[in-house]
Design a protein around this ligand. Structure first.
Ligand code: C2O
Length: 550
């Protein structure tokens, strides 16, 4: 591979959407931010210079960061933030991945405007395992608030109430024609008839899973989270925050007498209000010459796709099941077959006592919190990775993360009487090369909800899923150990469970959290520490000299 250099200047930029102008945090003044393009095996060197009043970090979402944990980016997990006027160079190599990923700010809610695509091409002269597309187009979904999101999140943390939902979803930064005062801010995808396009779908939205569809066209899924999949056709793609999905779009052979809306709107099952609006772009055919080509006065009709209803959990479960690894000799699925350690984690919301100096809106000064195994994760004041590497974990984190939930309950039954969650900065320590099986069980303590769980530093295999409570006696027999999806983010089914497996072959500290930003803020997160192995190539090297200080 070669080395590619990028420079990210974090700066404010005035941007107008929905007829209102506001100053937002950007990379190089762009929304979405600049695309990073690399080939598998390349080294990326990205210098991030922070010119804004906020602390900043950038995370390369889904990049495995094999022995380069110092470049992973989650604030207070692998690094202290880059402060105003400071810079940090992220230096890492892309190994064993090709497809689409993305980068985003990983501190507070700044990823709302600080995000952009990562396109990883195969090594030179290595073809795709599907027909070579005529053109490749990144389609990145986001969310837009008219108000300042930093204020929103501070309010949510103070009061424990859900912040306002977004005012619009966006495609490549544009809300599209279905919002007031937004028609000119519409993505137009101009296509030729009879060609194959590769759409690189990325969900960078903060709090919403999305359905995406194009009127009168079907899509063929060929890759998810930078891993090739068995191709399958679908009218609608479900994509959670943190997921990426490559689809092939075959255009019609002849110039059609219509243009086509491509639209996205939420999949949501939780108890909270959500932004139930639709973002859209337009697919327009542009032949060189055609008898049907419209003139200005003869506008073509615009066809609209039909998307599943907002709480279509059956669709979500089926879609997630259809995603399978390619699992060929060239692209094997290395599913761990023998398991060293098994874990059972519940994920969901609960209630937390507020401190004396907070004014929380719940009874007896309580607020909504989110937790893994009943522990709401407390962000430390220094980076866990530094504390781990220099053996200074005292007062930073403890290693008593509960290996099992502190109480059990019937998913469909009543919630336990005590729905209070505890809190702490607790981690699980794994020996190098431990093969892990983890069951993630949604709870119904405050309503069932789908949680897009994201693991840093690894891809995992989603070997099983189901509704209701996981049954350790019956369910494992049905696990798919042959060609399960290999991903970095997966939806824990609403009112159900998912089983994942991964090999802890990457020494460092690795964050795992719900990729709905509000749930992360409320504490639905934890960290794994993977110890060094004995071999030279099994150790995390020391940090770079410009690693930011807290
Ligand atoms: Cu895309 Cu921890 O994040």
């Amino acid at each position: 591979g070669i080395t590619r250099h990028y420079k990210f200047d974090i700066k404010m930029q005035n941007v107008t959407r929905l007829c209102q102008t506001k100053s937002i945090v950007t990379v190089n003044g762009q929304l979405p931010g600049p695309q990073i393009t690399a080939r598998e095996g390349d080294r990326l060197i990205v210098k991030v210079v922070n010119h804004v009043q906020y602390n900043m970090t950038i995370h390369w979402h889904g990049v495995r960061q094999l022995r380069s944990g110092w470049a992973d980016g989650p604030a207070y997990i692998t690094q202290c933030p880059i402060q105003t006027g400071q810079s940090y160079v992220y230096n890492f190599t892309i190994t064993g991945q090709r497809g689409t990923l993305f980068w985003h700010a990983h501190i507070s809610w700044l990823r709302v405007t600080v995000y952009g695509p990562i396109v990883i091409l195969p090594k030179r002269d290595v073809p795709y395992p599907f027909p070579q597309p005529y053109k490749e187009v990144p389609i990145i979904f986001g969310e837009w608030w008219k108000t300042d999101t930093e204020t929103l999140i501070n309010q949510a943390m103070q009061t424990g109430l859900a912040p306002n939902t977004s005012d619009a979803f966006t495609i490549n930064g544009l809300p599209g024609p279905l919002y007031n005062c937004s028609a000119k801010d519409t993505l137009k995808l101009k296509v030729k008839p009879g060609k194959t396009y590769l759409l690189r779908l990325i969900n960078a939205a903060l709090n919403d899973e999305l359905f995406f569809s194009i009127a009168n066209h079907h899509l063929t899924v060929v890759e998810a989270d930078a891993i090739y999949t068995k191709p399958f056709k679908t009218n609608t793609v479900l994509i959670t925050p943190g997921q990426t999905t490559n689809v092939l779009l075959k255009t019609r052979h002849h110039f059609p007498n219509a243009t086509f809306l491509m639209a996205a709107r939420p999949y949501s099952t939780g108890p909270a209000a959500f932004d139930n609006t639709t973002t859209a772009g337009i697919l327009e055919y542009h032949p060189q010459s055609s008898p049907n080509k419209p003139n200005k006065n003869n506008k073509l009709p615009l066809l609209t796709p039909s998307l599943p209803i907002f709480n279509d959990t059956a669709f979500a479960a089926n879609f997630s099941r259809k995603v399978r690894s390619l699992a060929t000799p060239k692209f094997p699925a290395n599913v761990p077959q023998k398991i060293d350690r098994r874990f059972f984690f519940t994920v969901g919301l609960g209630i937390m006592a507020c401190s004396q100096n907070q004014t929380c809106q719940g009874p007896n000064n309580t607020r909504v919190a989110a937790a893994v195994n009943n522990v709401s994760f407390v962000q430390p004041n220094t980076a866990l990775l530094q504390a781990h590497f220099f053996n200074q974990n005292n007062g930073v984190y403890t290693t008593d993360f509960p290996g099992n939930p502190p109480f059990t309950f019937n998913y469909t039954g009543n919630p336990p009487t005590n729905i209070m969650v505890s809190s702490g900065t607790k981690v699980v320590v794994l020996k190098f090369n431990t093969s892990v099986e983890l069951i993630l069980q949604d709870t119904s303590i405050i309503g069932a909800e789908s949680h897009p769980l994201h693991l840093h530093g690894f891809n995992f295999f989603t070997v099983g899923q189901g509704f209701g409570n996981f049954d350790p006696k019956k369910d494992p027999a049905k696990f798919n150990l042959v060609d399960p999806a290999e991903r970095n983010t997966v939806g824990v089914p609403s009112g159900g469970w998912i089983a994942i497996r991964f090999l802890a072959d990457n020494p460092g500290v690795w964050f795992m959290h719900c990729h709905l930003e509000i749930h992360t803020s409320w504490g639905l997160k934890m960290a794994w520490i993977v110890q060094d192995g004995k071999g030279r190539k099994q150790k995390l090297p020391p940090p770079p000299s410009d690693l930011p200080k807290c």
